[in-house]
Ligand binder design. Structure first.
Ligand code: UDP
Length: 255
């Protein structure tokens, strides 16, 4: 079988050339990294679950008019996406104090924020993704003021929608990271949501117990990482058919 051209390999995903010009195949790996690559591991079945979870969330977001790069899921570990020019900014949206925000200001994790906070980080592993302001972003030309306006508006809409969606199935969306890209269609440029939305880049807590159901279980050696991702999928009602193909023990039934 002819091998597809590998366009890019990241920590948790590989991008291959797609079947038509302007498309890519996004392959989800089981590899996990944290603390800027210092901690590495494999979470068996994670790629299958993230492929499904991200598909579901991108489709739901598209339904409310959020433009995304997602086209369709191809198989257990792959999805077809539109090729976009990634804006080198990680947009973090926070609803509850956790992670680096708690650390930076010495605030205990778990405090609800009076309003959602948006932060920007420059995507650069060598520099450890430094936090940047809008001024840096526009001065260095990573995005225009108009791009940033779109990114901020989309991020807030995504946050409102996802917070409600998760809360409806007993989960609290504490914070998450988004990436956006530029998509050209007939000379016109649109900013679209790219990358993935999954427990790899969200903090999700059980709404009643505050139990962590995301990558913090890996970062903090809490155990039960794959089970937590599976529980997120189960609550969203999207466990892959027949579990994750023998990758993980004990698939639970939906509902
Ligand atoms: N995040 C991410 N990729 C990064 C940094 C952060 O997906 O390179 C996500 C992370 O999973 C969390 C949110 O962004 O949901 C906020 O992360 P934070 O700034 O607290 O950093 P961390 O504690 O992950 O170092």
């Amino acid at each position: 079988m002819a091998r597809r051209r590998r366009i890019y390999e990241g920590k948790a995903k590989v991008l291959f050339e797609g079947p038509e010009p302007g498309t890519l195949v996004q392959y989800f790996k089981d590899d996990a990294t944290a603390f800027n690559n210092q901690k590495r591991g494999v979470i068996t079945g994670k790629g299958v679950l993230n492929n499904r979870i991200s598909e579901y969330l991108m489709l739901r977001l598209a339904e409310i008019g959020i433009p995304t790069h997602f086209v369709r899921r191809l198989n257990m570990r792959e999805q077809l996406v539109r090729e976009v020019e990634i804006i080198p900014i990680e947009v973090v949206v926070r609803n509850t104090v956790a992670g680096s925000l708690a650390k930076r200001f010495g605030i205990e994790e778990g405090q609800a924020l009076p309003r959602s906070i948006i932060e920007y980080y420059y995507k650069n592993d060598q520099l450890g993704d430094p936090m940047v302001s809008e001024e840096h972003i526009t001065a260095f030309g990573w995005a225009t003021p108009q791009d940033l306006d779109d990114i901020l508006n989309l991020s807030l809409r995504i946050n409102d929608f996802l917070m409600g969606l998760f809360l409806g199935v007993g989960m609290k969306l504490v914070d998450f990271k988004l990436e956006f890209g530029r998509l050209w269609e007939n000379e016109e440029m649109r900013i679209v949501l790219a990358d993935e939305i999954s427990p790899d880049n969200c903090r999700i807590w059980d709404a009643k117990t505050n139990e962590k159901m995301d990558k913090d279980r890996f970062r903090r050696d809490l155990g039960g990482v794959a089970e937590a991702y599976q529980e997120v999928a189960r609550r969203l009602g999207i466990l892959p058919e027949g579990g994750v193909g023998g990758d993980m023990a004990g698939p639970k039934t939906i509902q």
